[in-house]
Design a protein around this ligand. Structure first.
Ligand code: 13P
Ligand code: SF4
Length: 326
């Protein structure tokens, strides 16, 4: 029974019994309920450690499309849960805290984007996966930072394209493909905050360090990168490159997996331009805690629901992406 105060809060706010081993209980409930835990690299380290699968946005969508679990617990932000629900409408999809939004998805209200699309009827509409289901419903092809370049380049050179909502990713893809896609002016409040000045200061202190940058960062930060890529691409580069030090300009949760995969290497989080903190965190991703994960599995709530009419339209561009990414 879901309590009214939980509905108001957007998550189950129930104390964890003092005498339980929370991690063992989470694993036990997963087995009992045939549930799978998926986590994005930006969540807390202890959430990543208990997940069945950790990945970037593309890998999480691909995994959801293949799973035979009855319940998917998406430890990530709301649009990731929506994508899973659209791909698996018959399954129960849980996100441990409904407040886990995404500033980038919010920067593209579906009604305004639909008007922008209607004003350019001859354009192919490409949307980043960081969008709501309603925005995806007016999209032709969804992309992630892993496959955006490949998908854009697969379209004939003269295809007029709308790209939304991330103007930094769109600008970066324009610059490496020579396209002139029409950009929606949205952005991520975490990635837009990285300071070029502070990254260059770190580079001066660590001249041998390679700079790793997510393409949601602003152009000047992307320009100084040794590697630009999705979270999974940056992780794999940091493992395979011969450098032993890396300055990492993306949400700092990724450092957990980097450090685990290459314990002998040093990973330095790039700081934001404001404040004094040394790393840059997504406040939405950090809402997903072990306690909320336990409670969401126990009560099988909050569930993610997508309007069937919206889902029917949104699944086409998602499936197109999955097809084009094989
Ligand atoms: P990735 O697709 O690289 O995992 O990025 C997701 C995201 O939210 C970046 O801010
Ligand atoms: Fe959204 Fe930015 Fe958080 Fe990624 S880091 S989930 S784009 S707000």
């Amino acid at each position: 029974m879901v309590e009214k105060k939980w509905v108001e809060k957007g998550y189950v706010d129930e104390p964890i019994p003092a005498d339980i081993d929370i991690k063992a209980e989470i694993r036990r409930m997963c087995k009992e309920k045939n549930a799978v835990i998926m986590a994005h690299y930006y969540t807390e380290g202890e959430v990543q450690d208990i997940a069945d699968f950790i990945g970037d946005s593309l890998a999480l969508a691909q995994k959801a499309a293949q799973t035979d679990a009855d319940i998917i617990v998406m430890c990530g932000v709301h649009f990731m849960g929506e994508t899973n629900k659209i791909l698996c409408p018959q399954k129960k999809v849980l996100v441990p805290d409904l407040n886990a939004s995404c500033s980038l998805a919010e920067s593209c209200p579906a009604d305004e984007f639909a008007k922008f699309v209607a004003d350019h009827p001859d354009h192919t509409v490409i949307s980043y996966v960081n969008t709501t289901a309603a925005t995806k419903a007016v999209t032709d092809i969804v992309v992630t930072s892993s496959n955006a370049r490949q998908i854009v380049e697969s379209l004939p050179k003269d295809t007029p394209i709308i790209f939304g909502p991330d103007q930094n990713l769109g600008g970066y893809i324009n610059s490496i493909t020579g396209r002139n896609m029409l950009l929606w002016h949205g952005g991520c409040h975490v990635h837009e905050k990285f300071s070029l000045e502070k990254i260059l200061e770190l580079k001066a202190q660590h001249p041998g360090a390679k700079i790793l940058v997510h393409p949601e960062c602003k152009g000047p930060v992307v320009k100084v990168a040794d590697k630009v890529g999705s979270t999974a691409a940056l992780l794999s580069y940091s493992i395979n490159d011969e450098a032993t030090e890396f300055i990492v300009a993306t949400e700092s949760g990724i450092l957990h997996e980097m450090q685990k995969a290459a314990p002998q290497k040093t990973f330095i989080p790039a700081p934001p331009s404001d404040g004094t903190c040394a790393c840059n965190e997504c406040n939405y991703m950090k809402l997903i805690t072990l306690k909320k994960l336990y409670n969401t599995l126990k009560h099988e709530w909050p569930t993610i629901e997508v309007d069937p009419e919206v889902a029917q339209k949104a699944i086409r561009p998602i499936n197109r992406m999955l097809e084009m990414s094989k």
